[in-house]
Design a protein around this ligand. Structure first.
Ligand code: ATP
Ligand code: MG
Length: 398
């Protein structure tokens, strides 16, 4: 980490050597000042994108028109962005135009929150025209400029505000809270992928609870895809530790919500994780099976005792207790992951002389479970016979 800044400083030095400016900026400066760990360091400069490309051997163009180039220094990628100001916002999500500028302070003014609008020299001296340090010390999220204007021009910032509440365990300034109440509806204009990306970070934060309360309290909930269908009291009552857990728990409680899931445009990986979470919750409802739970830990579908216990705390203390016992029991597992299963998608398709499709995954899931529970031996022909006699679709065919 210390290294990240040291390596980044080489980039800044090169800028300065060529009579440009360069500063560390944004999240890295905030987290460094807070004493939090820093995983990526962004740099801002008055050099134009072409000039950045000319100055460094290894660069990747990731958004030249917005001024962003990745510079690889000692094989570490740094996002380097030309000082930028933004034109008018007419659609609540993207500026109509961006303009490059020669002035650091103009670039800092376009940034969302005071704590994100600090720059730092390579000697680690702060440039802080918006007094972000004061808000850092007071653990407060304040917009740069008028909250109403900043949220209205880019509605995603409202979700970012609650994301930072959770991530940093900060309070939201009153002015910002009132502005969210007023402009929550503008969230409808924002691309759902950008919202879910912020929500992912929110749920990985350290004070998810306060962020969720703010989402419900300000009415932001009413404009969030999928979540808008959950009643506020219900929404704040759960204690999920990831976005997918949150979704799974609500679908578990009200299965009609699943019809709204597509609105979140989740990745296949996220959808699988939701299905797995649901399976676990349902398995717990039927009575706990130690082997299935142990297996889900083994394969990484579930991580952390704490997570699963909390997931169960939602469903009643007796579940949490049973679960603890089953984790502690560490039962022997016939297979440790799916590749140890003696069939796979291909062998199943050829044995059944069938073409691939969603049924295949269901078949493999069922076979995996049957092997784990000892209903069938982990042997190719036995599994195939078991599948033939047990797994059928509505038409009675595989
Ligand atoms: P982290 O990396 O911990 O998620 P971050 O502060 O780096 O936090 P990013 O989303 O990576 O957050 O954005 C980098 C910086 O860009 C922010 O610190 C902020 O200065 C600026 N920024 C990002 N999104 C916006 C936005 N919607 N409006 C204004 N400024 C923004
Ligand atoms: Mg960042």
């Amino acid at each position: 980490e210390q290294n990240l800044f040291k390596t980044g400083a080489k980039i800044i030095e090169r800028f300065e050597k060529h009579n440009y400016e360069g500063f560390f900026v944004g999240g890295a400066v905030r987290d460094y000042t807070l004493g939090r760990s820093v995983s990526d360091v962004d740099i801002t400069t008055n050099a134009l994108p072409d000039e950045i490309e000319n100055l460094f051997e290894k660069t990747i163009d990731v958004g030249k028109e917005h001024g962003t180039i990745i510079v690889l220094m000692d094989d570490i990628p740094f996002e380097v962005t030309t000082y930028r100001v933004e034109g008018e916002y007419t659609d609540h999500r993207r500026p109509d135009n961006v303009y490059f500028t020669q002035h650091l302070t103009e670039d800092l003014s376009r940034r969302d929150f005071t704590i994100n609008a600090m720059a730092m020299t390579q000697a680690m001296e702060l440039h802080d025209p918006h007094n972000g340090i004061k808000d850092l010390n007071n653990r407060l999220i304040n917009t740069v400029g008028l909250a109403k204007e900043r949220f209205y021009e880019d509605a995603l910032r409202m979700v970012r505000a609650v994301r930072f509440m959770s991530q940093l365990d900060f309070k939201l300034a009153d002015e910002a809270r009132e502005a969210i109440k007023e402009h929550a509806a503008a969230l409808d204009y924002v691309a759902v992928e950008r919202i879910t990306a912020e929500l992912e970070k929110l749920y990985r934060g350290i004070n998810v609870e306060s962020a969720k309360e703010m989402i419900a309290h300000t009415g932001l909930l009413k404009y969030m895809p999928f979540f808008r269908h959950i009643e506020a009291g219900e929404y704040v009552s759960t204690k999920a530790e990831s976005l997918v857990q949150e979704i799974a728990v609500h679908i578990y409680k009200d299965s009609s919500l699943s019809q709204h899931l597509s609105a979140l445009k989740l990745s296949n990986k996220q959808k699988t994780a939701i299905r797995e979470s649901l399976k676990v919750i349902e398995a717990l409802e039927d009575g706990i099976d130690e082997k299935l739970i142990a297996y889900r830990f083994e394969t990484g579908i579930l991580t952390g005792t704490d997570a699963i216990i909390r997931l169960n705390a939602l469903l009643g203390a007796q579940h949490a207790k049973l679960l603890e016992q089953s984790i502690a029991a560490k039962p022997d597992l016939v297979i440790k992951n799916r590749s140890e299963l003696r069939i796979n998608g291909n062998s199943l398709m050829s044995a059944l002389n069938a073409r691939g499709g969603p049924w295949l995954r269901d078949c493999l899931d069922s076979a995996e479970e049957a092997v784990l529970l000892g209903t069938v031996n982990n042997n190719e022909s036995e599994i195939i016979n078991w599948v033939k006699s047990h797994v059928k679709n509505e038409d009675g065919n595989i």
